[in-house]
Design a protein around this ligand. Structure first.
Ligand code: AMP
Length: 277
């Protein structure tokens, strides 16, 4: 497995790789969820590239960029074991030199929920993914369903801007108690970790209610009630949306996705579940 730090070096190596090429963009501090994306990429491509880059432009000024967990050596060992061919891990200045002044702004799907809670977040995500796609020129790029609004934003960008790659979405990998794996779970105290499966509980209640034929409003209210019954949890938002547009949906006849964000102290967790599957 080779480790590449420079943009030009990655482009030069790319020219020598057999296709198809699968790209897995990550911010590192890897867990089984990331490894599942790599496994999928390994099964579908001749060459697998994983990027590890804690992207400063997708963090707000009061967010956790400085303290975001990092474990590069351990990440590389996990990636090598999963069959990765190359790790691309540029320095921030290699991706954002002082002259940097171009951004990708995806409208509409970014206006609510994560977009509203984290102004500028999706501009940073779309821009860095566009850069990674241009640098790596992958056949396919792999994203986790765990970040469902991110998936919708990237799919919108790829369609709108006629990008030449396929986006592959991988189901959320969970801990035994249902908590979606996340690098940010490492921030949780023991008490908060014990309370955190409330997100999954609210989602499974939502899916059960959908199967009983209950309407969207009743499901939203019940999800909020489940979260509020957990004393350590502070509800940020709960919503039932169209998974492509992220607009609130009243009709549960078509595609519908229950999404929520919950705070435990300073740690904010998100999760989602399709209600129509
Ligand atoms: P991150 O390093 O948090 O930016 O995540 C990198 C990629 O891994 C994103 O596409 C995430 O959606 C995906 N991912 C993160 N956690 C999980 C999970 N528990 N299951 C599946 N994919 C995940």
């Amino acid at each position: 497995m080779e480790i590449v730090r420079e943009v030009d070096a990655l482009k030069a190596r790319r020219a020598t790789w057999p296709g198809p090429v699968g790209l897995v963009p990550t911010m590192g501090y890897l867990h089984e969820g990331h490894v599942e994306l790599v496994r999928r990429a390994r099964a579908e491509n001749a060459t697998v590239v994983v990027s590890i880059f804690v992207n400063p432009t997708q963090f707000g000024p009061s967010e956790d960029y400085g303290r975001y967990p990092r474990a590069f050596e351990r990440d590389c060992a996990m990636l090598e074991a999963a069959g990765t061919d190359a790790v691309f891990s540029p320095a921030p200045a290699a991706m954002y030199p002082e002259t940097f002044s171009s951004w990708v702004v995806v409208e509409g799907v970014t206006s609510r929920l994560e977009g509203a809670s984290r102004p500028g977040h999706f501009r940073g995500v779309a821009t860095v993914c566009n850069k990674l796609f241009n640098i790596v020129n992958p056949t396919r790029a792999y994203f986790g369903q765990k970040d469902a609004q991110q998936v919708a934003v990237i799919q919108r960008m790829v369609r709108d801007l006629n990008m030449n790659l396929d986006i592959v979405v991988v189901p959320t990998v969970r801990e035994a108690d249902g908590l979606a794996m996340s690098s940010r779970n490492s921030y949780l105290s023991a008490e908060h970790r014990a309370a955190a499966p409330v997100l999954y509980r609210a989602l499974t209640v939502a899916r059960a209610m959908r199967r009983e034929g209950r309407d969207a409003n009743a499901i939203r209210l019940k999800m909020a009630e489940v979260v509020r019954a957990e004393p350590l949890a502070v509800l940020d938002y709960v919503s039932i949306v169209n998974p492509s547009t992220f607009e609130e949906t009243e009709s549960l006849n078509g595609p519908s996705l229950a999404v929520l964000a919950v705070r435990f102290g300073a740690t904010r967790l998100i999760d989602n579940m399709r209600l129509d599957e």
